[in-house]
Design a protein around this ligand. Structure first.
Ligand code: ATP
Length: 513
């Protein structure tokens, strides 16, 4: 097993054992690419969603929220282009019978060349030490140049083939590059076919073409069809945004990477309506603002990068991803797209209703342009989990498993632990919790040795453990232990609200934006 697979497997195991993520309907052997969130998972997920909502809606007076239905009128998906164009190119390996997305096979192939370049850079850095000039090395090293030329050539052919929807050319590129199936190791590939990713179902009791409806594959369309309702009722002026969080469904071809690619997942989307011609400014601005949101979490800076799309979606005139270094390598975490007036203009055409903004400054009506930011809540969850999970060697030779989740997002903020189960310590511990639980998610634990209780809290990422002992009863002080440094301090109970809030309050993140 590769190191990457190993790492992902460890995370999956940890997530299950400690109540973060379970396979869906596990007693029936699970349902592929569908997962349930457990007691700590749901807290972490809620906290990420709240952080996003506060950053987008609360901090920006020109952004408001909605919560639209998952089911929408079927014409929505004709207008949006999803019925005709929401396809992925799929290919099967005839020997392993495994199915792949042809574009992902090619992207993974490109990533191998990128890894080669990264290795050369590492070698160069070791060889030249202080004098190492990365930019010059990248421009002149013959091995790097060879890999970069290969990347450029594959990307150019891939773009041409995908843009022209030339599936035979996509297959030929896979063959020419000698890409083999990771399972069978052969290049015995089928033709490439297009596959529509929308789930269809029937509305009501009458079956037939007219009653076919879809589970929404993105939350964005609920925002577009409500554009005028929101603009009028909330008296918004351009530029303004509409935010929404909710479930989306895609019949993904390959879904093997835990909660990275699921068939039912949650999106956090914001559509920002702007005057045509200003969209590139707003696109640049939202790229910056979204990266700042990620940075405020304090995960390693080098785990993030921007990646411009090679093939633009059917609606976009500029698009990029914020990629994150997951255990499987750098992959898309969030998309930022300049969607032009594609959606609103098409909804106008299909519905026969005007979806325009009357600009009082110019006395004109026009269809606004849209810049959207769209992040997968489950992918963000995985990003945090994978950056947070560490196994540490301690001084006494033992190890501890700790989740260094950014404190404001941690599922449980503090655990209160009576040293023993008698002498009034449990009652005192409960009293402390009563004083803190209106502000923070607290946990009480009296089972096992104090060391084991600390380990359990480390494993779910609790920033603070508070121990109540006999001294507490005498002088009103407790020991507070920090998850990250394991340092312990004696403090007055009266000080706890201030100390805890300073570290775990969502303000700590929002203030940085
Ligand atoms: P990919 O190329 O990985 O399939 P996408 O470009 O189709 O993703 P978008 O349509 O831009 O994704 O969706 C916005 C966000 O929704 C993505 O950045 C991702 O975080 C999330 N997302 C998309 N598909 C899935 C999925 N199947 N499971 C979990 N999250 C997803």
């Amino acid at each position: 097993m590769s190191q990457q697979e190993d790492r992902l497997k460890t995370l999956i195991g940890h997530a299950k054992e400690y109540g973060f993520v379970f396979p869906s309907s596990e007693i029936y052997d699970g349902l592929s690419a569908t997962y349930d969130y457990g007691p700590y998972g749901v807290e972490l997920k809620n906290n990420i969603r709240q952080y996003w909502w506060a950053a987008m809606v609360r901090l920006n007076e020109e952004i408001v929220g909605i919560d639209s239905a998952i089911f929408m009128h079927p014409t929505t998906w004709k207008a949006s282009g999803h019925v005709d164009a929401f396809n992925d190119p799929l290919i099967d390996n005839k020997d392993s019978k495994k199915r792949y997305r042809a574009d992902v096979l090619l992207e993974d192939h490109i990533a191998k060349y990128e890894q080669k370049i990264a290795k050369e850079v590492e070698k160069g850095r070791r060889k030249f030490g202080e004098a190492f000039d990365e930019a010059q090395f990248l421009a002149t090293n013959p091995n790097v140049k060879r890999s970069q030329d290969r990347i450029d050539a594959v990307e150019a052919r891939m773009k041409e083939a995908l843009d022209a929807n030339d599936l035979a050319a996509v297959r030929q590129l896979i063959l020419d590059e000698g890409i083999t199936c990771p399972v069978s190791g052969t290049a015995n590939w089928t033709e490439v076919r297009q596959f529509n990713l929308m789930f269809a179902t029937e509305l009501g009791s009458v079956s037939g073409e007219s009653s076919t409806i879809y589970l929404r594959p993105e939350t964005a369309q609920g925002i577009f069809v409500n554009f005028l309702n929101v603009q009028k009722s909330a008296r918004m002026k351009l530029p303004f945004g509409i935010a929404q969080t909710g479930k989306a469904f895609r019949n993904e071809i390959v879904a093997r990477q835990f909660i990275f690619r699921m068939r039912e997942f949650e999106q956090l989307e914001m559509q920002y309506f702007v005057k045509p011609g200003t969209e590139m400014e707003w696109y640049a601005r939202w790229k910056e603002k979204r990266m700042a949101w990620h940075r405020a979490l304090g995960l390693p800076v080098e785990s993030y990068r921007f990646h411009d799309h090679i093939k633009l979606a059917h609606y976009a005139n500029a698009a990029c991803d914020i990629e994150f270094q997951f255990p499987m390598g750098f992959k898309e975490l969030e998309g930022i797209h300049s969607r032009t007036d594609f959606d609103l203009a098409n909804h106008e055409r299909f519905s026969g209703k005007k979806l325009q903004f009357f600009d009082p400054e110019t006395n004109e009506s026009y269809v606004p342009y849209v810049v959207e930011t769209s992040i997968g809540l489950d992918r963000m969850f995985l990003a945090i989990l994978s950056a947070a999970h560490q196994v540490e060697e301690l001084e006494d030779g033992s190890t501890r498993e700790v989740l260094r989740i950014p404190a404001p997002l941690a599922p449980v903020k503090l655990a209160v632990l009576p040293l023993v189960k008698k002498d009034g310590l449990p009652e005192k511990a409960r009293e402390i919790i009563d004083g803190l639980k209106l502000d923070h998610n607290c946990q009480y634990d009296e089972k096992d040795s104090i060391g084991r209780r600390y380990r359990r809290q480390d494993a779910i990422g609790t920033p603070y453990c508070i121990t109540v002992d006999h001294e507490t009863l005498k002088d009103g002080t407790v020991t507070i232990r920090d998850r990250d440094t394991m340092a312990q301090e004696r403090v007055a109970i009266a000080e706890l609200p201030r100390i805890v809030s300073e570290k775990v309050h969502m303000h700590r993140l929002l203030r940085q934006l």
